[in-house]
Design a protein around this ligand. Structure first.
Ligand SMILES: Nc1ncnc2c1ncn2[C@@H]1O[C@H](COP(=O)(O)OP(=O)(O)OP(=O)(O)O)[C@@H](O)[C@H]1O
Length: 593
């Protein structure tokens, strides 16, 4: 019989091997960091909650919205839901309230577990009206059927609860950050999570016993699966750019943090604060390109043997590729000359391929889709953590997924060197699973290969533009939906903006296209560094024009608009809201006309 495929399966093992190791430490009141759960408690209490939830009908397959801050309750609850085989639904709390309601409605949740404020918002704003079980983390069962403490008491003494989930069972629905539109619910199967844990462990050398400071709460969930101790930082996780560096530093020093994850905006906060981080051995930062000056400053603050990784990936597929800071800095000049941002080599066992740019759905893979080596196209990934569908969004699923036939024999023989066979169960047409997803698992997969010797797998389209260089490194050129199509050709945001970002008085720039694609007018929105006088704008515009004339592609950009502060995404505070800026720029140009 196959072992259970579930990231919560690590908990009973860790509880047996290292019961007293702290699993999670939270700031609590007054940031005393005295709210602590060890592995024995995390395992036993999540068992009790899973059993208590089962009594209320939250069991295998129950979609459950979780709106709980990163506290011990969040971890207990999430692992209880994984153990129960239930399906947690996570949405970024800071997104626009209308979008949030839409996401929660789309998820068709059967249960809702949240802090008292979210229970109130649920009632007032009509969130997740389908939920028939409501549990609050509050002290009283206000607007809820029970408190989490009651649920835990109900399940106390029930013993181990690990459900025998299969690799293909839906494990969670995680919404994208919605930086290019309404967030989409990504269907995670248990095999995706277990693959991610393996890939993170191998790619970044994460070892049990390490001390992690995860500044993005869902990432903290990997820590217990890796046997790490999570120190939950004293900050608002929805506003990493506004984190207090002194507080982060004091936690890093006090608990001897060995690794930390944060968005590029949080990295800038630490880099500009400028205090050394002597205990930290590994830093990872993702979500958007990390500017070279931030990488350089961070490296100066870290010990010589520490690593600074910028993994590239998306909610739908993570990690895809990664590059270490030292190598990234050697490529800084190429980025400033318009080459794009290098995101490194594919993380094993991913297979990353570049296809011609198209906004249409592609049903079947064909090698004819591939671009010539070195040419920019859309980045695609086949691999064990590439998810296969969005929940209740067939149109988006079709736009982002391609079915590929692979020969099973070739597939398995290629396994040592190629990711093909490791890309998890394979798929075939026309089936539909309980989640309303259009793509589902082939029965052939149970036997490892189809009778025909052919299997199907899902290739995920990243919606990003990029190319491979001669050294096998992947370069990110920007979002496909944000490309600007002019009369002279296509401009990619990440190949244009870094050329202008090299100006010393510029904080960041954003390329937007005015008008319908082909031909659009390229406009560069410019945010200046703090303290640069308004009167300097005409001079800076001239200097930017001069910088742009240095390269064929940037020479097309001759309209510069100064914006006081760019809109950014809620999750990372780093992705520039180019759609909003495009509307703003169009208005400015109409006014000037
Ligand atoms: N290291 C990186 N360098 C550059 N860009 C990155 C990096 N890591 C992630 N990204 C960008 O972030 C995207 C994934 O972001 P995420 O999954 O948070 O949601 P989103 O795709 O922005 O949301 P939505 O699809 O709702 O707009 C990638 O497709 C890529 O554009």
């Amino acid at each position: 019989m196959n072992p259970v495929c579930n990231i919560a399966a690590a908990l009973p093992q860790l509880a047996a091997q290292r019961p007293d190791q702290v699993a999670i430490r939270c700031p609590g009141r007054g940031a005393r960091y005295d709210v602590v759960l060890d592995y024995a408690q995390l395992d036993a209490r999540s068992d009790a909650i899973a059993a208590g939830l089962a009594r209320r009908g939250v069991a295998r397959g129950t979609r459950t919205v979780v709106m709980v801050r990163p506290t011990p309750e969040f971890f207990l609850l999430m692992f209880a839901l994984f153990k129960a085989g239930a399906v947690p639904v996570l949405v970024d709390p800071g997104i626009d309230k209308r979008a949030l309601r839409q996401c929660l409605g789309e998820a068709q949740a059967e249960a809702f577990i949240g802090i008292p404020l979210s229970m109130l918002a649920r009632r007032l704003l009509g969130w997740a009206t389908s939920a028939r079980v409501r549990v609050t983390t509050g002290a009283r069962a206000w607007l809820a059927d029970a408190t989490l403490a009651q649920v835990e008491r109900d399940g106390a003494g029930a013993g181990p609860q690990l459900c025998d989930t299969h690799p293909d069972d839906v494990a969670a629905i995680l919404f994208t950050s919605g930086s290019t539109g309404v967030p989409k619910g990504v269907v995670y199967r248990h095999r995706h999570f277990t693959a991610q844990v393996d890939m993170l462990r191998t790619a970044f050398g994460m070892q049990a016993g390490g001390i992690d400071l995860p500044t993005f709460p869902p990432f903290a969930l990997f820590d217990p699966a890796l046997g790490l101790t999570s120190i939950i930082p004293d900050m608002d996780p929805t506003r990493p750019a506004a984190a207090d560096p002194a507080k982060l530093l004091s936690a890093i020093e006090r608990f001897g943090v060995t690794q930390l994850f944060g968005s590029p905006a949080l990295m800038r906060v630490l880099a500009e604060h400028g205090a050394a981080l002597p205990t930290v051995r590994c830093v990872t930062s993702a979500g958007a390109p990390v500017p070279a000056d931030v990488v350089a400053k961070m490296q100066a603050l870290l010990p010589d043997d520490a690593q600074f990784w910028t993994p590239y990936g998306a909610t739908e597929c993570l990690p895809v590729a990664a590059i270490e800071g030292r190598e990234l800095l050697t490529l800084r000049e190429r980025t400033e000359q318009g080459a794009g941002t290098c995101v490194g080599r594919p993380v094993a066992p991913n297979e990353v391929r570049i296809i011609q740019v198209s906004d249409e759905a592609i049903e079947h893979w064909s090698d004819a889709l591939l671009v010539r080596p070195g040419q920019v196209g859309e980045i695609t990934v086949a691999g064990p953590s590439a998810t296969d569908s969005y929940f209740n969004r067939d149109a988006q699923t079709r736009l982002a997924k391609i079915r590929e036939n692979v020969a099973s024999a070739a597939n398995s023989s290629a396994s040592e060197t190629s990711p093909a066979s490791a890309s998890g169960p394979l798929f075939r047409h026309g089936e539909s699973d309980a989640g309303g997803n259009s793509l589902s698992r082939s029965e052939d997969t149970d036997r490892g290969e189809g009778a025909s010797g052919q299997c199907e797998r899902i290739v995920h389209r990243m919606g990003d533009l990029g190319y491979f260089d001669a050294q096998g490194r992947l370069w990110f050129c920007g979002r496909k939906s944000q490309r600007v199509v002019t009369a002279a050709g296509t401009l990619c945001t990440e190949q244009v903006e870094p050329v202008f970002n090299a100006h010393p008085e510029v904080r960041r720039t954003a390329l937007v296209g005015i008008g319908a694609p082909g031909p659009q007018r390229p406009v560069l929105c410019v945010e200046l560094r703090a303290g640069v006088a308004r009167g300097a704008q005409p001079r800076i515009a001239d200097e930017l024009r001069h910088l742009g004339e240095g390269f064929v592609h940037t020479a097309q950009v001759d309209t510069f608009l100064f914006h006081p502060r760019f809109p950014v995404d809620i999750r990372h505070n780093a992705k520039i809201g180019r759609e909003t800026l495009a509307a703003w720029a169009a208005k400015q140009l109409r006014r000037q006309a």
